[in-house]
Design a protein around this ligand. Structure first.
Ligand code: LLP
Length: 416
């Protein structure tokens, strides 16, 4: 697929721009995203399903920047949201609410009302009480609520335990027995309209087998519902395709599509997908500057100006993110832990990496387009990084670096 992040004349580029020029314009730490790469990833996903009727609902949680959402809306994407905030972002970015599915275990009443009024495509219901609640909110509004029930197929996605969602010990979805009862009840409720079924078994999945097992279970359940006279318009298979953070082999979207279409070839329903990571992860870099190189009894540290508050994945999941200097310069090689200035030993971005770097060099952390900026915080009263979108020779800041004033704006002294 289109590689828009590459080295040319020993200098890292994003699309037609040298990363050093981006740093000059916007400083560090800064997130940079390649627009062309995001668009290509979306088109690659869509084209893998050839002539099958599908709706690709990008999982907004992966990267919810308005600029990124706008790009995907222009490509015709739908969106998978988990909060009213995400819905407002989608609308602000020009997305079509009629192509929005609403996931999540804890939807609150005002969020449900707003989504009903906006006319979303489907509520992915995760419990009996959620169905009753949606029905109660829909009735006085005289809006028929489109629903799907998220089934928990009890399939092991073989990924990090924090991002496994389809095992019975996880909080997500309902078992097939319960789902059957929820559909029967949904059929009786006047302001509820049954649209589909959905599932999502986890994230960063690198093997096709769990996806296949899940689709088989969903297909069997669709048959069961049909035998009770409950016909569905769509089958939503969630997201979860992994990306290669460290050269590991990953699922080709075309193989994923072929496997699913084969299992569901006799099912006329529209297929819905909720990919997040696979559309945006590889399109993003986090750029940071080496502040200090130091040594503690033979252990070398590169202290950079990005930290766990900017990129939490290494600290939270022990995740590997590739890191390299943006220019290949003659430097002494050394094995470093790359760490931030935050006061926690868990504040690391990379461990034991062989790097040829000096103080003030700029480093690029790869695969930072998904679950990176969105998980950032103000810990240690650090302003969130800037976000920049690049297309061809154009770069544009799509989120300003947060100032100290921005951070203090919502607070006040306690005065009694
Ligand atoms: N649909 C639902 C209902 C989800 O919960 C998720 C992700 C997705 C779709 C998108 O999954 P994807 O295609 O991106 O794998 N912060 C973690 C990942 C958490 C994923 C949460 N749910 C990380 O940094 O790895």
């Amino acid at each position: 697929m289109t590689n828009t992040i590459y080295f040319s004349e020993d200098r890292l580029h994003v699309e037609s721009l040298a990363v050093s020029d981006i740093v000059q314009a916007f400083g560090t730490p800064t997130y940079v995203y390649s627009a062309t790469k995001i668009e290509a990833a979306y088109q690659h996903f869509v084209s893998a399903f050839a002539d099958r009727d599908i709706m690709v609902c990008y999982a907004v949680k992966a990267n919810s920047n308005l600029g990124v959402l706008g790009l995907l809306a222009d490509q015709g994407a739908g969106f998978d949201i988990v909060s009213q905030g995400e819905l407002e972002r989608v609308i602000r970015a020009g997305g079509d609410p009629r192509r929005v599915v609403f996931s999540g275990v804890g939807k609150q009443d005002p969020e449900i009302a707003r989504a009903l009024q906006a006319g979303i495509a489907c509520f992915n219901i995760e419990s009996r009480s959620e169905l009753e609640r949606i029905a109660q909110i829909a009735a006085p509004l005289s809006i028929s609520a489109p629903i799907s029930v998220r089934i928990n197929p009890d399939v092991d996605p073989m990924t990090h335990p924090y991002i496994s969602t389809g095992l019975k010990e996880n909080k997500f979805g309902v078992d097939i027995e319960t789902a059957r009862e929820i559909y029967r009840r949904a059929k009786e409720l006047p302001w509820i309209s049954i649209k589909g079924v959905d599932c999502h078994i986890g994230s960063q999945i690198t093997d096709l087998a769990p996806f296949k097992a899940c689709v088989q279970k969903v297909a069997g359940f669709v048959d069961e519902l049909a035998s009770e006279g409950i016909e569905l318009e769509h089958i939503d298979l969630g997201g979860g395709i992994g990306v290669s953070y460290n050269g590991e082999s990953v699922i080709d979207v075309r193989d994923y599509a072929n496997a699913i279409c084969e299992i569901l070839k006799d099912y006329p329903q529209r297929l819905v997908f909720e990919p997040g990571r696979t559309l945006v992860a590889d399109a993003g870099l986090l750029l940071c500057r080496v502040v200090t190189l130091k040594e503690n009894e033979g252990k070398h540290f590169a202290v950079v100006d990005a930290a766990m508050n900017d990129l939490l994945r290494p600290a939270l999941y022990g995740a590997y993110q590739r890191i390299e200097p943006i220019a290949q310069l003659p430097r002494k090689e050394q094995v470093y832990d790359v760490v931030g200035p935050v006061c926690e030993s868990g504040d690391f971005l990379a461990k034991e990496r062989r790097l040829a770097i000096a103080e003030d060099d700029i480093l690029a952390i790869h695969s930072c387009g998904a679950y990176a900026f969105v998980m950032s915080s103000n810990y240690n009263t650090r302003g969130r990084a800037a976000e920049v979108l690049v297309k061809g020779e154009t770069m544009q800041c799509v989120r300003d670096r947060e100032s100290i004033e921005d951070q203090l704006r919502l607070e006040r002294l306690f005065s009694v």
